[in-house]
Design a protein around this ligand. Structure first.
Ligand SMILES: [Zn+2]
Length: 416
């Protein structure tokens, strides 16, 4: 399948983009090959589609269900009791709803941690977008050969499902897993060459409790357990000191900034973005789940990301629009080892067409500024993932049915 996008703006200049199968094969070709499909790009711009590096897609069913509580109370009294009742069907329809929202706001890849990861994978495949899926682990966890064999089996099955799916390992957090379980899961993920998705130092409470129990801060403790590598993707990373930042950089571990979730759950501080970046840690962006955000629109998240950094540092240069845009394109792709996040020949054909006539981004002095500070997902007109059109002129196939079924499933879950 060949797609030609004609007369579209790329970095301010009109060009033609040729997509062959799942790759951006030519930019501005003199003699474009015969194409199966031509898209008219006049009055539009092309950007890489966005990547959401920390979410729990199926939590979309709980959007607006329990807002305005502190993290521990929110988890233990509202979210965990609901998650105990979860069925595979809830996860599928919750994730379908999330995928629909992501596609409609220009996101074509998400890094997920949740129960029934095969259902999240199925939802992503049905939506035509990429997902890194990890089963979430809490204690009590019986580590050993039995767990190793069952994990190997489920990872093999996930890998077989579709090239859009990347299996990973998802230890929940330091306060829900013993040191032994954390060390075992890290060792397993290293041996199997899998990404490991984790919640790290989100609140001060979690850091204080770790010091009290182990006599050291979380990153120091985890490093002694052999936890960090370039495969470890750590969401939040709010309460880090200088020494911990150095350890993460040394181990080439990744950090994911979740500004809206952090503000909503009042974690008390902003991630030390500049210090992490200067130390060489790749930072990307995540929305967290819809129960703690309550949106998966990465355009809103970019604005939140920049504003929180500027406000908390009292420095308008602390994070720029370009920094924010990279967080959910190039940096995010690099974090998970995906050949995407840029419009360049040879990159995966994961891209968005932006409607430059959308009132939110007129007159159009600077596209990146407009995308970060004034756009929202409604400025995205068409979305392509892996060389296939997943949204055309803001229409997604089957969206009415997805909305209907997800709503029904959400009320079924909370009334169960
Ligand atoms: Zn999370």
């Amino acid at each position: 399948m060949t797609i030609l996008i004609k007369d579209i703006k790329l970095n301010g200049k009109e060009t033609t983009i040729q997509i062959d199968n799942n790759i951006i094969s030519k930019i501005n070709p003199k003699n474009p090959d015969k194409s199966d499909r031509i898209l008219n790009g006049k009055g539009k711009a092309v950007i890489p589609s966005l990547l959401n590096n920390h979410t729990h897609a199926a939590m979309s069913l709980l959007r607006g269900y329990a807002d305005d509580f502190p993290l521990q109370k929110w988890l233990s009294e509202y979210i965990w009791p609901m998650e105990k009742k979860l069925k595979a069907k809830d996860v599928y329809w919750g994730a379908r709803l999330a995928c629909l929202e992501m596609v409609k706001t220009g996101t074509t890849c998400f890094n997920d941690m949740y129960f029934f990861p095969q259902e999240t994978a199925r939802a992503a495949i049905d939506a035509g977008i990429r997902a890194v899926v990890s089963e979430v682990f809490f204690d009590p966890l019986e580590t050993g050969e039995k767990l190793s064999n069952s994990l190997k089996k489920s990872i093999k099955e996930l890998k077989k499902m579709d090239e859009l799916i990347t299996p990973a390992i998802g230890p929940h957090a330091i306060y829900t897993l013993s040191n032994e379980s954390l060390a075992w899961l890290a060792e397993f993920s290293k041996k199997e060459g899998l990404l490991m998705h984790f919640h790290l130092s989100e609140t001060k409470k979690e850091v204080d409790e770790c010091i009290e129990k182990n006599g050291k801060r979380p990153v120091e403790l985890l490093d002694e357990l052999g936890f960090f590598s370039k495969h470890s993707i750590n969401a939040h990373c709010v309460w880090l000191d200088e020494k911990e930042i150095k350890i993460l950089a040394k181990r080439k571990s990744r950090a994911v900034y979740c500004p809206t979730s952090n503000q909503k759950l009042s974690v008390g501080k902003a991630m030390p973005f500049k210090k992490l970046s200067h130390a060489g840690v790749i930072v990307s962006l995540g929305t967290d789940g819809n129960a703690s955000n309550n949106s998966l629109d990465l355009f809103e998240e970019m604005k939140s990301a920049v504003l929180l950094q500027k406000f908390s540092s009292n420095n308008p240069m602390e994070m720029t629009a370009i920094d924010a845009f990279k967080l959910c394109t190039l940096n995010a792709a690099e974090s998970i080892g995906l050949n995407a996040g840029l419009i360049e020949e040879g990159k995966l054909a994961d891209l968005c067409i932006v409607d430059l006539k959308n009132v939110k981004i007129v007159p159009g002095h600077d596209l990146v500024s407009d995308l970060v500070y004034s756009a929202d997902g409604s400025c995205i007109e068409t979305v392509i993932c892996n060389g296939k059109i997943v949204m055309l002129n803001r229409k997604v196939e089957g969206e009415e049915e997805i909305i209907e079924k997800a709503r029904k499933q959400a009320f079924d879950l909370v009334q169960r």
